[in-house]
Each structure stands twice: as structure tokens, then as C-alpha cells.
Design a protein around this ligand. Structure first.
Ligand code: S3P
Length: 168
């Protein structure tokens, strides 16, 4: 078994918001790799980056992804970097889950990432760092996705409705 739906995409694309709404509509449990990591480590993502470093965060993230891919009947949102390792790419390609990539432009994500909440990778220059990460990651998101959803200038309900239609 595997999660029913896996949401991938960059920081600020709305994976958690859309994921919660989808899970609610489908009566599935919503899971989120960042939240699982925070509960497991009993500290925030930022704290892990600052105190232990990115490599330590990625190692935990890999374990959490591996574990969450075994869960059935969930909607799983992945941190923006979780699908990027070659190991994660293979696991996600092999899964029976429907992988949905939420695609958003820099112009539309900018207002959401300007006020950094808990995004250690965007600390100094949020837009520039977001764009650099996105340029490197976009081809990977596209390659893994079963469905690409353009979330630019669309309401949460429109996005959820489109995903439900694809799944029907
Ligand atoms: C990251 C994205 C974050 C979080 C961490 C690293 C990334 O998750 O996992 O800050 O590498 O893109 P969100 O995409 O949910 O913000």
C-alpha cells in the first residue's frame, strides 16, 4: 500500500493547505513530512537546520519519507526538497500513489515567502534563493509527477476540484 495522493512542489506552493482540504474531501488522513520530522525530533525545521545542519535534516527527511510511503490511505505533503535525492525520486516513481506537483511562479509565490516563517533555506534573499532552488528542482518535480497543477492565481477550491477530477 502507499499514500493515495502525494503532493510535491516548492516552498509556498500550498501543499499543506491543499493537502488538508483534499484529505478532508476524501476522508483520508493528512500527513506532512515536515510535521512528522518536527514531532519526531521535538524541534522545528529551522532549529534542526541551525543546530544540526542541512545534511542531518536531509537524513531524517529520507527516513521519514521511507516510513510515510508505507502508510496507506493518506494524503502526504512533502517538504520542497524531499523528492530531490535520487533515492527519493526512485521511490516516488515506483509508488502506486498519485503524485501531484503544485506548480507556482516566482511572481505568485513572492508574497507568501517574503515573510519567512520557518524556511531556513530562504533566510537571506527569499526570492533569489527560491528561484535558484526552483531552477534546479523543476525538472525533477516534472519528471516524478503524474499530474502537474498550475496553482497560479487560482483559488484553493478550484485547485482541489481539479485534483479530484483527475483522480475520479
Ligand atoms: C525545504 C522545504 C521546506 C522544509 C525545509 C526545506 C526545501 O518545506 O522541508 O525548510 O528544501 O525546499 P516546505 O516546502 O513545506 O516549505
Amino acid at each position: 500500500m502507499a499514500p493515495r495522493i502525494i503532493l510535491i512542489g516548492p516552498m509556498g506552493s500550498g501543499k499543506s493547505t491543499i493537502g488538508k482540504s483534499l484529505a478532508n474531501k476524501l476522508s483520508l488522513e493528512f500527513r506532512d513530512t515536515d510535521s512528522v520530522i518536527e514531532q519526531r525530533e521535538n524541534k522545528s525545521v529551522s532549529q534542526i537546520f541551525i543546530e544540526d545542519g542541512e545534511a542531518a535534516f536531509r537524513a531524517i527527511e529520507r527516513e521519514v519519507l521511507h516510513q510515510e510511503l508505507k502508510a496507506s490511505d493518506t494524503v502526504l505533503a512533502l517538504g520542497g526538497g524531499a523528492p530531490i535525492s535520487t533515492e527519493a525520486q526512485s521511490a516516488l516513481t515506483a509508488t502506486s500513489s498519485h503524485v501531484v506537483y503544485l506548480d507556482i511562479s516566482l511572481a505568485n509565490v513572492a508574497p507568501r515567502i517574503g515573510f519567512n516563517r520557518d524556511r531556513p533555506l530562504l533566510l537571506n534573499n527569499p526570492r533569489g534563493q527560491w528561484q535558484t532552488l526552483m531552477e534546479a528542482r523543476r525538472p525533477i518535480y516534472e519528471a516524478i509527477a503524474d499530474t502537474v497543477v498550475d496553482v497560479n492565481k487560482r483559488s484553493q477550491s478550484e485547485i482541489v476540484a481539479q485534483i479530484l477530477e483527475v483522480l475520479a
